[in-house]
Design a protein. Structure first.
Ligand code: NAG
Ligand code: NAG
Length: 898
C-alpha cells in the first residue's frame, strides 16, 4: 500500500512533466495509438492543471440533491376520465404522426411524431406506440376514442391495408420504414372497436391543417408537395359512395365547386392510363363563419406515376410535381430524397468566389437550362437532364478520397466562405496542426451541387410565385395559407408572403406530412359541419403538443448520469436566464430543454441549442462538433418580434402582422446590409436569414431570455438550432434523450438547462481516482473505477487492398448514459489494452492495482522484493500515462465512473 501511495503522489509531478517519450518496444503498441487518441479528446485535453481546481476532496462536489418530496405520479396532462377523443393519424407512410383532440371542446390535447420516440428521423409504419403513449399521457382508456380520421397516401387503409394482414406485411416491406417492426396487429394500431373511422385524401388533409387554425376567416390555401393521393383512389370512392372516405371530389358534390383540373381530361386519362395519377399541386379557398369551416377545391394538378408504384417510396422521384422534382435534386446531391432543406441551404452559395492559397479564384456554375419552367395551371415544362445519370455522391472526385483510397464522406460538402477567421476551440497545445480550424474550400463535387441547388431553387421560386399570383388574382383572396412539404422552403415562403401583396400569410409549423395528422384531426372535428361540432379553433394551435416531462422524469434522467454531471439547481428564473445569457455571450453553446416538445421539424425553443449570433466561428464549430453536419449549412436567429424590422428587410408585410412575421421559422428574409457583419453567424452567404420572431405573449420565457441577451449585447436575437447532436437523429424528446445528446457532444455544448437544473459536464476527477490529500489534510484512498453495466465485446477485422487486416475491438454497454441504439451501440476501443482496463473496472481494483498488475507483466525478471525497491522509471511513467489516459477516455464516454 505504501508503495502504491508513493507511486500515486509521484504521478502528478511525473505526468505533468512528460511530453514525449521514446517508447519501449513492449509498450509500442500502446503508444502508437496515442496520436489517434489525442484527436478524440477535444473536450478533455490531458492537462492535469485542469483537474486541479482547488476543490476540497473531503466535501461533496455536487450540489445536486434530488428532492425527496412526495412525488405526484399522475401525468400533468391527465384529463377527466369521461373525456372523448377524436384522433387524426398519418400512418404507414413516412412521418407517422398522431394528433388527439377533445371531441366536445375541440381542444388539441396531444400530438407527436413517431420519430421522436423511435429516434429514427421521419419514421413511418404503424401507430401502436403513439396511441399508447397518448392515452398514457392523458390518462385515458382506449375506449375514450370515439372517432378516427386518417390518411396513408400510398394506399387506402380501411379497405386495403388493414383489411388483410398480408397487405400490412407488404406495406411494411415497402421499406419506407427501413425494416420490420412490431405492432401492426396491435389493438392500439388497428383500433377495431372504434365505430366511426374514416380516411381523407392527402392534399385535403394538408389544407385542413392550415385553414382550421389560421388566424383569419377567409383565404386561399396552396398545397404543394412531392406526391399526394391517387386520382383513382378518389374517383373509386366517389363512385362507390364510400362513406369512409372523403376527398376533393366528394367535397365538390357537397358544396358544388368548380375545379380546374390539369390535365383537363384527367377523368378520361385516368381510365385508360397504365399507371395512376397523383395530386401534385392544389389550391383551395376556405371560409369560417363562426361555427362552420367550409373548404372548397379550386385547382388540382395531377402528375402521372411514371414508374411502377412498387418501386421504393412509390417511385415518386420520377413524378413531376414541384416537390418531387426538387426532391430529386436532393437525392442527386445528398443521396436522400428528404434532404430538401440542405438543397435550399446550398443554393445561396451560387456565385460566391473563393480565393485559394495560390491566389486563384474558384466559383460555381449554374446549369443554364431551367429544370422547371412554364405555368402550373397550364403546362409546366420539366427537364430533368441535369439530374440524370449517377448522383454526385457516387462520382469520382479525387479530392474526396484519402490516401488509402477511401471516400471521405464528411468532406464532400464541408466548406465555408473566405471571411473565415480561425477560431480557438480551447484545445491543448499538443493537438495536431490538422485539428486547427482553418478555411475550407469547396470540392468540385460541391461546386456542381451548388449550381444544381441554385438552379432548382431559382426555378421553384419563379414557377411557384407565378402559380400563387395567378390564383390570387383568380380567387381575389387576400389571405394566404401554405401547406405540403414545399412549404418548408422558407425562401419561397418569404417571397410569397412579401412580394404578392397578401394581407396575411399563415404556414403551420408542420407543413410536411406530420401535419397530415393535424389536418385529419381538424376534419374529424369540423369536417361534417354538424350542429354538434365543437367550436372552431379561435387561434393558431400551440406547437408544443408533445408529452410533458415531469420533474421526476428529469431527475430520474439526471440521476442515471450523475457521475458525469455537475448539476446546479437554480429556481430563480432571472438568475437562470442571466447565467444562460452570460454563457452565450462568452461564446458558449447552451442547450435548452423546456416542457412539451414541438410538433414539426423545427425547434421552436423547447428543444433548442442557443449560441451567440455575433460569432462567425461558431457556425463551423456547431456544425462540426455539436451537430456533426456539413459546414456550409446556415443557422437561424430567434429575434424579438418588436425589433425584427430594425434588423431584417421585412417590407410592408411586417406592419400588417405587427412584426411577428415568422413565429415558426418558416420565412427567410434579408438581413439589413449595414448589420450583416454584426450577426455573421446567422447571416447566410447571400445576406439572407431564416428568422423566427418571438413575442412575449407566445413565448414569455424565451422573450425574457432574448431580451436579457439584448440588454447585455445590443443584439436582439440569439442563434437557435434544434437540439439533436447525434447524426441523423430527430430532435431530442425525453430528458434521457437530452442528457445522452448533451453528453455525446463531448463538451462542445457547455451547458444544458433542463427545467430548473443547470447541467455541465463533470471532468474526470483524477485526484479522486489516484487518491490524494484533501484540504483537511486527510489522505483519501484511491477510488475503484466501476463499469456502467454489463459489457459485450466483439472484434472485427477488415482486409484492405494490401490484404492487411485492421483489427478493431468494439464494446457495447447498454446501461451507459451515452448508449446509442444505432448500430447496436457498439463503441470502438483504442486497443486491447483499453479493453483489458475496462474489464478490470469491476469495482475491486484501484488504478494502483492496475499499474502494479501491468508493470508486473512487463517485467520478465526480478523478484517481488526487487520490484518494490525499484525506482520509478520512464517505462513506468509511460505505462501510468497510458492507463490514466484510457481510464479518462472511458470515463468521458460514460463507460466507467469512480
Ligand atoms: C430572483 O433574483 C433576482 C435577483 O437576481 C431578484 O431581483 C428577484 O426578486 C428574484 N426572484 C424571485 C422570485 O425570488
Ligand atoms: C427558438 O425559437 C422559438 C420560436 O418561438 C422561440 O420561442 C425561442 O425563443 C427560440 N429560442 C430562443 C431561446 O431564442
Amino acid at each position: 500500500m505504501a508503495h502504491h501511495h508513493l507511486l500515486a503522489s509521484s504521478l502528478l509531478t511525473a505526468i505533468t512533466s512528460i511530453h514525449c517519450f521514446t517508447s519501449p518496444s513492449h509498450l509500442h503498441h500502446l503508444n502508437a495509438h496515442i496520436n489517434h487518441f489525442n484527436k478524440q479528446l477535444h473536450s478533455t485535453p490531458f492537462d492535469l492543471d485542469l483537474y486541479d481546481d482547488g476543490r476540497d476532496l473531503d466535501s461533496s462536489s455536487n450540489p445536486f440533491q434530488p428532492s425527496d418530496s412526495d412525488q405526484d405520479l399522475s401525468s400533468p396532462l391527465a384529463q377527466d376520465p369521461s373525456t372523448k377523443l377524436i384522433l387524426g393519424i398519418n400512418k404507414y407512410s413516412h412521418d407517422t404522426t398522431l394528433c388527439a383532440a377533445n371531441a366536445l371542446t375541440g381542444e388539441v390535447l396531444f400530438a407527436l411524431s413517431k420519430e421522436r420516440i423511435t429516434r429514427k428521423k421521419h419514421d413511418g409504419g404503424n401507430t401502436a406506440e403513439l396511441v399508447e403513449l397518448c392515452l398514457d399521457q392523458l390518462e385515458l382508456e382506449v375506449d375514450s376514442i370515439v372517432k378516427v380520421v386518417m390518411n396513408n397516401h400510398h394506399h387506402r387503409i380501411l379497405p386495403f391495408v388493414e383489411a388483410n394482414p398480408d397487405h400490412m406485411e407488404w406495406e411494411e416491406g415497402l421499406g419506407i420504414n427501413d425494416g420490420k417492426e412490431d405492432g401492426y396487429s396491435d389493438e392500439y394500431n388497428l383500433l377495431t372497436f372504434v365505430q366511426d373511422k374514416m380516411e381523407m385524401s392527402h392534399h385535403l388533409a394538408h389544407a385542413y391543417s392550415a385553414a382550421a387554425q389560421c388566424p383569419f376567416d377567409t383565404g386561399m390555401i396552396v398545397v404543394m408537395d412531392g406526391m399526394g393521393e391517387t386520382f383513382r383512389t378518389m374517383k373509386i370512392a366517389q363512385e362507390k359512395k364510400d362513406s369512409t372516405y372523403v376527398s376533393d371530389l366528394t367535397l365538390c358534390e357537397e358544396h358544388g365547386c368548380d375545379v380546374q383540373f390539369v390535365p383537363a381530361d384527367i377523368h378520361e386519362r385516368a381510365k385508360s392510363s397504365y399507371f395512376d395519377w397523383r395530386e401534385a399541386e392544389s389550391v383551395y379557398t376556405f371560409k369560417k363563419d363562426g361555427k362552420q369551416l367550409v373548404v372548397k377545391p379550386v385547382f388540382k394538378r395531377f402528375t402521372g406515376e411514371n414508374t411502377p408504384p412498387t418501386l421504393y417510396n412509390h417511385g415518386f422521384e420520377n413524378m413531376d410535381s414541384l416537390g418531387a422534382v426538387y426532391s430529386r435534386a436532393s437525392s442527386h446531391i445528398f443521396g436522400d430524397w428528404n434532404a430538401c432543406g440542405k438543397v435550399m441551404g446550398l443554393a445561396p452559395w451560387q456565385g460566391h468566389v473563393w480565393n485559394t492559397d495560390d491566389s486563384e479564384q474558384i466559383t460555381t456554375k449554374m446549369p443554364s437550362d431551367p429544370i422547371l419552367q412554364g405555368n402550373v395551371y397550364d403546362e409546366v415544362d420539366i427537364d430533368k437532364s441535369s439530374m440524370m445519370g449517377l448522383p454526385f455522391i457516387s462520382r469520382t472526385d479525387p479530392d474526396m478520397f484519402d490516401d488509402e483510397g477511401d471516400m471521405i464522406r464528411s468532406k464532400r460538402y464541408d466548406f465555408d466562405d473566405d471571411d473565415f477567421e480561425e477560431i480557438d476551440l480551447g484545445q491543448d497545445e499538443n493537438s495536431d496542426e490538422d485539428d486547427k480550424i482553418t478555411k475550407q474550400l469547396p470540392l468540385n463535387v460541391a461546386l456542381d451541387a451548388i449550381g444544381l441547388a441554385s438552379r432548382i431553387q431559382t426555378d421553384l421560386e419563379s414557377v411557384g410565385m407565378d402559380f400563387v399570383k395567378h390564383f390570387k388574382e383568380k380567387t381575389g383572396e387576400k389571405n394566404l395559407c401554405l401547406a405540403g412539404g414545399v412549404a418548408l422552403n422558407s425562401v419561397l415562403n418569404g417571397r410569397l408572403s412579401r412580394e404578392l401583396g397578401f394581407e396575411n400569410t399563415f404556414i403551420p409549423p408542420y407543413p410536411g406530412d406530420d401535419g397530415i395528422a393535424v389536418g385529419c384531426c381538424a376534419y374529424g372535428l369540423y369536417g361534417k359541419c354538424e350542429s354538434t361540432s365543437p367550436p372552431l379553433w379561435d387561434s393558431a394551435l400551440s406547437p408544443y403538443l408533445g408529452p410533458m416531462p415531469t420533474d421526476a422524469d428529469i431527475m430520474e434522467a439526471i440521476e442515471a448520469a450523475e457521475p458525469w454531471l455537475d448539476v446546479t439547481t437554480i429556481r430563480n428564473e432571472t438568475d437562470r436566464i442571466d447565467m444562460i445569457v452570460n454563457e452565450i455571450a462568452s461564446s458558449g453553446v447552451v442547450a435548452l430543454y423546456t416542457g412539451r416538445s414541438e410538433l414539426g421539424p423545427r425547434a421552436l425553443g423547447h428543444r433548442s441549442i442557443l449560441a451567440d449570433p455575433r460569432k462567425k466561428g461558431l457556425v463551423r464549430f456547431i456544425n462540426e462538433f455539436v451537430k456533426k453536419r456539413e459546414s456550409f449549412r446556415p443557422f437561424a436567429p430567434s429575434a424579438l418580434a418588436e425589433e425584427a424590422s430594425n434588423w431584417f428587410d421585412l417590407g410592408e408585410y411586417a406592419t400588417a402582422c405587427n412584426n411577428n412575421v415568422s413565429p415558426y421559422m418558416s420565412i427567410t428574409a434579408q438581413v439589413k446590409k449595414a448589420l450583416q457583419k454584426q450577426i455573421p453567424a446567422v447571416t447566410h452567404v447571400d445576406g439572407s436569414s431564416r428568422l423566427q420572431t418571438v413575442t412575449a405573449e407566445a413565448e414569455p420565457f424565451y422573450h425574457r431570455l432574448i431580451s436579457a441577451f439584448y440588454k447585455l449585447t445590443g443584439v436582439p436575437m440569439v442563434l437557435n438550432t434544434s437540439f439533436n447532436t447525434l447524426k441523423s437523429e430527430p430532435i431530442v424528446e425525453t430528458p434521457k434523450n437530452a442528457i445522452r445528446s448533451f453528453l455525446s457532444s463531448m463538451g462542445s455544448i457547455e451547458m444544458l438547462v433542463m427545467g430548473d437544473y443547470v447541467i455541465k459536464r463533470k471532468q474526470a476527477d483524477v485526484r479522486r481516482l489516484l487518491g490524494e490529500k484533501g484540504k483537511t489534510g486527510m489522505l483519501s484512498q484511491p477510488l475503484f473505477p466501476v463499469r456502467s453495466g454489463a459489457a459485450n465485446y466483439k472484434s472485427t477485422f477488415s482486409a484492405d487492398k494490401d490484404s492487411m487486416t485492421d483489427p478493431k475491438t468494439l464494446v457495447q454497454i447498454p446501461d451507459r448514459p451515452m448508449h446509442n441504439e444505432k448500430d447496436g451501440g457498439w463503441f470502438e476501443l483504442i486497443d486491447d489494452f483499453e479493453g483489458q482496463l475496462l474489464g478490470m473496472c469491476d469495482g475491486t481494483s484501484t488504478v494502483n492495482d492496475m499499474i502494479s498488475y501491468f508493470s508486473a507483466i512487463s517485467e520478465e525478471e526480478g523478484s517481488e522484493e526487487g520490484k518494490k525497491a525499484k525506482q520509478f522509471t520512464e517505462e513506468d511513467q509511460l505505462l501510468v500515462e497510458n492507463i490514466l489516459r484510457r481510464l479518462i477516455r472511458l470515463y468521458d464516454h460514460t463507460m466507467i465512473s469512480w
